[in-house]
Structures are given as structure tokens and as C-alpha cells.
Design a protein around this ligand. Sequence first.
Ligand SMILES: Cc1cc2nc3c(=O)[nH]c(=O)nc-3n(C[C@H](O)[C@H](O)[C@H](O)COP(=O)(O)OP(=O)(O)OC[C@H]3O[C@@H](n4cnc5c(N)ncnc54)[C@H](O)[C@@H]3O)c2cc1C
Length: 461
Amino acid sequence: MNVKLLADLRSELPSSIIIEDTDVLASHASDWSKSAALAPPCVLRPETTEQVSLILRLCNQHQQAVVTQGGLTGLSGGATPAAGEIALSLSRLQGVIDLDSKGQTITVRAGTTLQTIQEAADAAGFKFALDLGARGNCSIGGNLATNAGGNQVIKYGMARAQVLGLEAVKADGTIVRAMNSMLKDNAGYDLKQLFIGSEGTLGVITECVLRLHPKPRSVNTALCGCASFDSAVTLLGHVQSQLGTVSSYEVMWRSYFDYAIENVAHTRNPMNEAHEFYVLIEQECDGTDHAAEHFLTVLSEAIDQGVANDVIVAQSAREANQLWDIRDAIADILSQIAPLANFDIGVPIKFMEEFIDQVDRELHAKYSNLTFFVFGHLGDGNLHLCASTGNADDAKSIYAQTYEIASHFSASVTAEHGVGTQKTKYLHLTRSKEELAMMRDLKRALDPNNILNPGRVVDIG
Ligand SMILES: Cc1cc2nc3c(=O)[nH]c(=O)nc-3n(C[C@H](O)[C@H](O)[C@H](O)COP(=O)(O)OP(=O)(O)OC[C@H]3O[C@@H](n4cnc5c(N)ncnc54)[C@H](O)[C@@H]3O)c2cc1C
């Protein structure tokens, strides 16, 4: 690392912010994907936006590459340091700054965990409508940088839809404060959108104003067993037409469901018979007996019509959590089957079954010892495929083969986890030449020295 830069940082920042302890460096060596782990030469943990600004100004002057890190739960390698990159950790930029009950907004620092925000909203009688399995560890800055999706996109949209205002620091240290707190604001370009979903390549997010929603009085949860993919799709139409918008509609192929039940300790199969597809449905409602009865009636109709073969409706929050445990078992499964190829492909519902069948067929034909399963956010057109032979080189080939197949089905190489370092070479399968050129133009305009997360998303090096 540049000795002069280190001296400048030391002279301008409190010593507690610059960390060179080897154990700490090792804990910043990779995101959750664990691919290409490499400890950074030092970790900077600023406590204020002004310190973030100062760090970036100095790094920019010295053309020092920086990788921004939130909770390190990313699954695309974006926060994993490349050789020589300093890690800029937002972990000390924590906390709720303000909760405005009248305006239904919450203002937080970027390092605050998603769960902290959910709990603060809940305590004030509101709901923060972003949720994902990594909620206890991921930071809101990382959620916005990756435009995270999760379990409730079908009703509330992605992370982007939860943001009203944002503060970010540009590569040259300029602080851009765009802390709008109103639903409507058309005063010029909506600059916050540049930083949301750009995975830390255009600036470092330091604060944000987020939307809150009224807290639902009750939540109905059910697990349905279906005989075919077509039935799972028909069931979606049925519940939407009868119940209105559902808040979650998660599908699990039998391969995923069986693996979770057999291999993850805290899961339990509530059904007596096996099904080819399992659907977890959640509906938020007004807490009346009538709403719960209607939910049951609609799902009973689905059985009568042969759309679902079995339905378990949770009778308590504990039972609902047990159903969600099966879906959330992926957190344990990822480490059990690593190294793996882990996909978050976006694919139109009309092509989903054919696409999965082709991948399943071709991968099984090539690898005799393959573990392969599928689950995901059916209603959002987003599936997770996990494939592992236990061999890292096989995982690389599986990525290439699967993305090649996906390119024939109008798919997106990433629906929610982001491009990071892992998908840059496949981005052209999803984005046109013109789109890629414009992305590089934006990157050059905002970060001409290419110091922010270089090589992630688009390469201008
Ligand atoms: C068990 C599990 C379940 C998951 N489920 C989902 C899911 O359902 N949906 C989903 O979308 N994702 C999911 N993820 C992936 C991950 O949790 C999300 O991508 C999350 O948004 C990453 O947040 P983070 O704070 O951990 O970011 P990090 O991993 O630290 O960083 C991710 C990217 O954002 C950049 N970044 C981080 N903070 C900032 C900042 N303040 N400013 C600018 N750039 C920044 C980093 O440089 C990196 O490129 C899951 C992960 C796990 C482990």
C-alpha cells in the first residue's frame, strides 16, 4: 500500500479508524460468496460522512483503489477485496437518525443493519418493507447498493422502491446530499438512483431516508403442495384474483424442499405426502376473523379446483415461522454445499419451467455427482438455482453453461444479488452494447481514476 497515503490518512484521522490488525483484516477478506478471499492491506472504519469524504479525497489523490464493505453478506463477490484494495467498512456508521411518524419515513446511517431498521419501524407501529434472509447482518447501505430484492418484492417492490432520499460521497470526496423525504419530487434528475443498484462503483452511500408503511394487523401464511409448475402458476393467479396482492409467493422445487428437510436441523415437514412443487404464500390483512376465513376459503377452492393438492395454513406466528424455516434454510445449505454455483436468475414466468428443465437435464448429463435444486420468488420472475459437485472448477463451468442456456430465454444474469465480480463477463448476455457503453460512460464521469470498486459491474480499467 502507498506509504505516503497511509501517512496522510494517519495524520488526518483518529488512529482508531485505521485498522491493520491481521485478525480484523482476515475478517474483511471476502463477502458471503467466499470466492477469491483476500485480506486487504488495511481496513478503514469511519464514523462520520466527513471522514468518508476525507478518505475518498485522499485515496483519489493517490489513485488508491477502495472496496466498500457493508455487512459482507453479498453473494456476487462485489465487496471482496482485489489485490491491494483498501477496505472501506461502513460498520461504524450506524444508527437511526430520525423516525418521522407523520411523514412515515425513517432516516438512517448506511451501516445500520436491515433488522435494526425493521425493529425500529415495528416499535413505532410501522413496517419497513424490505426483508431477506441476511437481515441480521446485511447493512442498508449494502441493500441499496445492490438494490436488494427479497421476500416481499411482489407487494412492495425492490430496495429502490423504499428510498426517498440519500446521501452519498463521490470518488473525489464530494458529499452529495439528496435527502428528500417526500413521495413526490420531480425537481431535476433523481440523482439517488445513480447510487442505488450501482454496487458501490459510482459513490459510497452514507445516509438515507426510507419509506415506512402501515403495519399490517395480521398475516396469513400457508404452505401449498402442487403437482406441477403450471399448477403453481395457476395458483398465483387464483390467490391474486381472490385475495388481492399477496406479500410473498415463494416456490420451492421438490429437490430444494427435500434437501432442506433432510439436511437442515431446525426444519420440519408439515405435510404427509410429497409434492413436486411447494408454494409459501403470505397475505397481510386487517386482523379480522373474516380475513382469516376468506384466506382459508380461497385456498380450499384451490384444492377443489385441483390447482393445489394439499394446503397447510399456519395457526400461529410460531407455525408460520416453522414454514418460513424451510425457505430460509438456504442460509445453512449454502455453506453445506460450497463450493457451488449460486444463481439469482431473472426469467419470464412463461419460460421458467422449460429453462429449468433444460439446465437440470444438461447439468445432470455432464456431472454424475451433482447436487442441484431450485427455489425462488416466482411472482417476481426470479429463481435461485444452486448446483454443486463439491469442486470449484466445476462450479465455474456450471456458471458458463447455465448462463449460456439462460441467454436463450430472455433471462437476466442477476435479478437481485448484483453483478459484483462474478457476473461481469456474462453481463453482455443481458445488456446491449449500447447499454454497456453508457454504463462505462457514467463510471468514467463519476470516478475518472477508477478507485471505487474497480472491475465490479463494468470494467473501465
Ligand atoms: C442467507 C442470505 C440470504 C440472502 N437473501 C437475499 C435475498 O433474498 N435478496 C437479495 O437481494 N439478496 C439476498 N442476499 C444477498 C445479500 O444479503 C444482499 O446482497 C445485501 O443487500 C448485501 O448487503 P451487505 O451490507 O451485506 O453488502 P456487502 O456484501 O458488504 O456489499 C455488497 C455490495 O454493495 C457495496 N456496498 C456495500 N455498502 C455500500 C455503501 N454504503 N455504499 C456503496 N456501496 C456499498 C459493496 O461494495 C458490494 O459491491 C442474501 C444473502 C445471504 C447470505
